[in-house]
Design a protein around this ligand. Structure first.
Ligand code: ADP
Ligand code: MG
Length: 634
């Protein structure tokens, strides 16, 4: 049997494992059901890929997103490893051949969407395969307590029946206790080997400050710590606005959001990575895979949607172990903003019904039909046709995808950019000899003022309308202008594809998932509430609050967060009522001993004991068997 480290070096050219990777790989190789909890970017893929390469046979990987699967298959193929993904849009006979290849063709990896497991053909063939490992990537999708819940993940238990003696590895970055419990149960794990690092980051100070003038506060933080920083803001517009503000204050800054071209993204990211720019102002689109060691501050101008997202974004600070700060700036408008941004955009069951019905009529699907029919889809036209709010409609399509009603083939990417790269007089000379382009060019000039000066995003549909040509005629014309070096052109494909994977049954289709929709909406509300509780609670150490959320209870105050720092400053005697209030708040996060209560609150054990006695007498708290105190819920 080849040693895992050799495989790591040969195929990946890495010289050492990341934390926990080797232990996880060994557990898998020993045939254990294994639970790998690693942060995003922690290297989860290798934890199943390496054991699968060590052993004979094929590894079945369940993954929620087609894009993720294709990406991994591509990377494996580039290393000369045989891997395939069964996504939607494959005909029955093709499927037949592909599955045969998995049995006889020395394939090492078969990536499957959970929906595929429902197909009998797939089940029959898996039974015949020499499966060496079942990997469930993004395993939190199995849990209704996770925000990416995909009911089809429940099909995975079928794999257990088809391959009863094969061990399973579940991989996720999500550490909420309810989620972990769900995964363990759903995957039928008996005494799994669970690998989980503590989320405690001793060098990281979590700060929450109330601040009416947030820009001013940001400026002073960045001048005090003039080192690498990320600032998260609510929307694309603010990335520009705040980075310009910082520049005006002589702080070097750049920005990043999902709407930038790939070139802009790369350029801005690199300027920040190599410290030409101190500050990256970004939406939450920024950060995946970023491993910059010397980030000193991560500042949130606006609240994230959940503690999970916050923890991930804040966690990009201080990777080199130096003292670092994650700061939230809050004021009275935040609660409203966060609700508008994250809760008002949740589609209700009725709205989902409307969109689904319109989707069916848009594609002229008759009742009872539509299964496995794929259509090209222009999202903007669809929204406009039925006057749907685009964000609500987008969330609805994602929801339908997660619940296996449709499959969306890729993210919407609606971008064509143009810039004229010759002078206007040269352009008019050119048009003299190219009359057929006259109307198109002039339409563009009328509609987009700065198109000579900068790269401009254009709307193909509107220009085509104005110039009375079809969209494909317009695209041909743009290509001609590009070939003649009149314009620079970036033509990203605009279409998404939608595959219906259930026959149309109107409301019945949606009624089947109605409880899931409602429950997921409730979950989002709870997540926002937890975030608001976190910024409100100024009694309990911030680090302890975050860790408690992820199920870590026996931790001590960090000593450096905004709460710890202010209690240190106070440390004068406190009156009984304050201590009482603070103890109750503290116990809301879990049971504690009197010692831990007094260190956390930074007051004498004697005072704490006096108050505890009072609370016991008033039946507000109780003593547990392990001599800790717990809150009584009346
Ligand atoms: P996750 O799924 O946990 O988010 P990935 O498996 O996608 O993480 O890995 C994240 C990145 O880390 C990838 O670019 C991967 O090549 C890299 N990586 C994984 N293991 C190692 C290692 N042992 N040494 C260096 N880089 C690694
Ligand atoms: Mg991954």
């Amino acid at each position: 049997m080849e040693h895992p480290i050799n495989i790591l070096e040969r195929y990946w050219k890495f010289t050492a494992f990341k934390p926990n990777q080797e232990a996880i790989i060994n557990a898998v190789l020993e045939g254990e059901d294994t639970f790998a909890l690693l942060p995003t970017g922690g290297g989860k893929s290798l934890c199943f890929q390496i054991p699968a390469l060590v052993k004979e046979g094929i590894c079945i990987v369940i993954s929620p997103l087609i894009a993720l699967m294709k990406d991994q298959v591509q990377q494996l193929n580039n290393k000369g490893i045989k891997a395939m993904a069964l996504t939607s849009g494959i005909s029955y006979s093709e499927l037949d051949t592909l599955l045969d290849n998995c049995i006889y063709g020395n394939y090492k990896f078969l990536y499957l969407s959970p929906e595929r497991l429902q197909q009998e053909l797939v089940q029959d063939r898996i039974r015949l395969m020499n499966v060496n490992l079942i990997a469930v990537d993004e395993a939190h999708c199995i849990s209704q307590w996770g925000s990416d819940f995909r009911p089809a993940y429940k099909n995975i238990t079928l794999l257990r029946q088809l391959q009863p003696s094969t061990n399973v590895i579940a991989l996720t970055a999500s550490a909420k206790p309810e989620v972990i419990e769900d995964i363990t149960k759903e995957l039928d794990f008996i005494q799994p080997k669970i690998f989980k690092q503590s989320f405690y980051r001793p060098n990281l100070g979590y700060m929450v400050y109330h601040e009416n003038d947030k820009y001013y506060r940001i400026e002073s933080i960045l001048k005090k710590y003039s080192a690498s920083s990320i600032i998260y803001v609510r929307n694309r517009k603010l990335t520009l606005e705040l980075s310009s503000f910082l520049k005006s204050k002589n702080i070097t800054a750049t920005h990043y959001h999902g709407g930038l071209s790939n070139d802009e993204k790369d350029a801005n990211m690199n300027a920040w990575l190599n410290n030409q720019k101190q500050v990256m102002v970004a939406t939450n689109a920024f950060g995946m895979g970023i491993d910059k060691p010397d980030v000193k501050t991560v500042i949130h101008l606006n609240l994230p949607e959940s503690i999970e997202s916050y923890f991930q974004e804040a966690g990009r600070v201080g990777r080199n172990g130096d003292k670092a700060f994650a700061v939230i700036l809050k004021n009275n408008s935040d609660a409203v903003l966060v609700k508008n941004q994250f809760l008002k955009v949740l589609p209700t069951v009725n709205f989902v019904k409307q969109v689904y019905r319109k989707l069916c009529s848009y594609f002229q699907i008759s009742y009872g039909e539509g299964e496995y029919i794929t259509n090209d889809f222009d999202f903007n036209t669809f929204c406009k046709t039925y006057s749907f709010s685009s964000i609500l409609c987008y969330n609805t399509l994602l929801l339908l995808d997660r619940n296996s009603v449709i499959t969306l083939s890729k993210q919407f990417k609606n971008k064509v950019t143009v810039q004229f790269i010759i002078s206007s007089s040269a352009l008019f000379n050119y048009l003299e000899t190219h009359q057929e382009l006259n109307l198109i060019v002039k339409s563009m000039l009328r509609m987009y003022g700065g198109i000579f000066d900068h790269i401009t995003k254009i709307d193909l549909k509107r220009i085509a309308e104005k110039a009375s040509v079809t969209e494909s005629e317009l695209i041909n014309a743009l290509h001609e202008l590009e070939n003649n070096q009149i314009i620079s052109l970036d033509l990203a494909k605009t279409d998404a594809q939608i595959t219906f994977i259930q026959p149309r049954e109107d409301d019945k289709t949606i009624n089947r998932i109605a409880t899931i929709i409602e429950q997921q909406n409730k979950l989002k509300q709870q997540q926002v509430k937890s975030m608001l509780d976190y910024i409100k609670n100024d009694t309990v150490c911030k680090s302890m609050q975050l860790l408690a959320y992820f199920g870590e209870k026996d931790v001590k105050p960090c000593g450096i967060c905004s709460v710890c720092a202010s209690t240190k400053k106070e440390s004068k005697p406190q009156d009984i009522n304050t201590i009482k209030k603070r103890i109750i708040e503290l116990l809301e996060n879990g049971d504690l001993s009197s010692r831990l209560i007094s260190t956390t609150l930074n007051c004498s054990e004697k005072d704490v004991k006096t108050v505890l006695k009072l609370l016991l007498e008033h039946n507000i708290i109780a003593i547990t068997q392990t001599n800790t105190y717990k809150l009584k819920h009346l």
